[in-house]
Write a protein that binds this ligand. Structure first.
Ligand code: CTP
Ligand code: MG
Length: 186
């Protein structure tokens, strides 16, 4: 792999995890996932986690993953790292759902820590979804995560992806705020 490939590969492979988190902001609204319930005196998840955001976001991630398979098919039977369609599909599902499950877990931790919806929790806000996506994909296909995100030079591209997430997270939340979907621009 040349240098550009090392840098771009993890971004390409993590797109189905990146998109759901951003798309949830756009789809968000309607009944909250916890239906307003409390646990230990705090909201379970809060009004920032809605079913529309969860389902819409996860669907967006899966659709992006399927599009990636489609457009890469003529150039690479490996789909530039996703593997054959039969190995790629479970990975794409795991990255998309894992992403929003991680986001939900992050919200649960924030609420239990006494942080209101939208209050800042550095690291957790930016990376809960990355952790969730990696964890679920790791359970679904351990070898794939190790090979594509860690082995050889792959970790360099993965670090670049993590830095990119910071910028995208910021940008998407400003857009969400301007659209009236978020109470705060971060
Ligand atoms: N969103 C949603 N459903 C989800 C995830 C996100 O509707 N499952 C929408 C909400 O409108 C939310 C926005 O996307 O406000 C941004 O998500 P996030 O920054 O994670 O939520 P916060 O409002 O910051 O709330 P929290 O403190 O719980 O993270
Ligand atoms: Mg959050």
């Amino acid at each position: 792999m040349d240098f550009a490939e090392i840098l771009l590969r993890p971004i390409w492979l993590m797109l189905p995890a990146l998109v759901p988190n951003s798309a949830a902001v756009l789809f968000g609204g309607g009944p909250p996932m916890d239906f307003g319930r409390f646990w230990r005196g705090r909201r379970v998840l809060g009004d920032g986690k809605t079913w529309r955001g969860f389902i819409g976001g996860a669907s967006a991630g899966i659709i992006i993953g399927l599009l990636q398979l489609l457009i890469s098919e003529p150039f690479s039977s490996d789909h530039f790292g996703f593997g054959s369609a039969s190995s790629a599909l479970p990975i794409i599902f795991a990255l998309s759902f894992g992403s929003l499950l991680g986001d939900v877990c992050g919200a649960f931790i924030k609420r239990q820590a006494g942080l209101e919806r939208g209050q800042k929790a550095p690291f957790l806000d930016q990376y809960d979804f990355v952790l969730g996506a990696l964890l679920l994909a790791f359970l679904v296909n351990t070898d794939w995560i190790i090979e594509k995100m860690i082995s050889g030079n792959a970790w360099i591209g993965f670090i670049v992806f993590l830095l990119l997430v910071l910028g995208i997270h910021r940008g998407v939340n400003i857009i969400g705020y301007k659209m009236g979907k978020k109470d705060v621009p971060w």
